[in-house]
Design a binder for this molecule. Structure first.
Ligand code: PAF
Length: 284
């Protein structure tokens, strides 16, 4: 069932809660692929009712980013959700979510601001304000859908860690369920932004997963020095790659690691042309 208004979702949620049913929420920006489908499947399995939100959230895009050209494929998304047993596809307009016309100004919207320590690194460094937008919209979705469980992919692991912190700090009554990264057979992590890649870009994009898999193999062979592990990455990079970061961080609080251990996650971001790709791997 495709729903565009908050009022319609609230009405359904009220009915479900009265019947004592559990609700799962899968927040997305649409352009759904098998990665999203794995989150949806988990929710459908675990919960009595599943809501998938499809909303390209303007306030999490920074100036100059791809808000206007971000892929929008609602019809296909709805079909995929229907086939997967989703109960509601919630696809609000920006005006429904942010009724004040001045929505893009900090002065006219109440924001959730995650702690600086969590956002002043990795993607937060180049995407200033991005996680404020993510936390704000996810908090709104939690208030609208009132889910028991919310499903997020480990592909956006910094986002996942920040949202977990938000839920804990604000005592939001929802359990966050992390879902593993889904990869193409080649190793490339699935992402809606892969649609921007040419065939040649896709070959170059394999550097991300190759670097991560190689680092994990070296770690499994006993190398724990982060400088030595970082060094192994360079042979996979060529002039097409613009490396933004390759960092070793704590899986719970994103603190930097000098020595890798089982609670370390390796994060990578690089640009191929104008397309920015991210990936990560847990060393445990
Ligand atoms: O991961 C995403 O697709 C988005 O950041 C989210 C969580 C749906 C919020 O807009």
């Amino acid at each position: 069932m495709l729903v565009h208004t908050i009022a319609e979702v609230r009405e359904k949620v009220k009915e479900w809660k009265k019947q004592g049913l559990t609700i799962g929420l899968v927040p997305t920006m649409g352009a759904l692929h098998s990665g999203h489908l794995s989150l949806i499947k988990k929710s459908v399995e675990k919960c009595d009712k599943t809501v998938v939100s499809v909303f390209v959230n303007p306030i999490q895009f920074c100036p100059g980013e791809d808000l206007d050209k971000y892929p929008r494929t609602l019809e296909a998304d709805e079909q995929l959700c229907n086939g997967a047993g989703v109960d509601i596809v919630f696809a609000p307009s920006p005006a429904e979510m942010y009724p004040d016309a001045q929505m893009l100004s900090n002065d006219f919207l109440t924001y959730i601001i995650p702690p600086f320590f969590y956002v002043n690194k990795l993607c937060g460094k180049s995407r200033v304000g991005h996680f404020d937008g993510v936390c704000t919209v996810v908090n709104k979705l939690f208030n609208i859908v009132q889910p028991d469980y919310a499903f997020f992919g480990e592909k956006d692991r910094q986002q996942l860690i920040i949202l977990r912190k938000m839920v804990k700090d604000l005592n939001i009554p929802v359990e966050i369920i992390p879902c593993p990264i889904v990869r193409e057979e080649s190793g490339l992590a699935l992402s809606s932004r892969n649609k921007y890649l040419s065939e040649n870009d896709k070959i170059n994009a394999l550097a991300l997963s190759k670097i991560l898999f190689n680092i994990k193999a070296c770690y499994n062979n006993g190398i724990t020095d982060v400088d030595a592990l970082t060094e192994t990455a360079y042979s996979y990079l060529n002039t097409c790659h613009n490396l933004e970061y390759l960092e070793f961080r704590d899986a719970d609080n994103l603190e930097e690691k000098q020595t890798a251990d089982n609670n370390t996650v390796v994060f990578i971001a690089l640009k191929i042309g104008n397309v920015r790709l991210i990936d990560n791997i847990a060393l445990s």
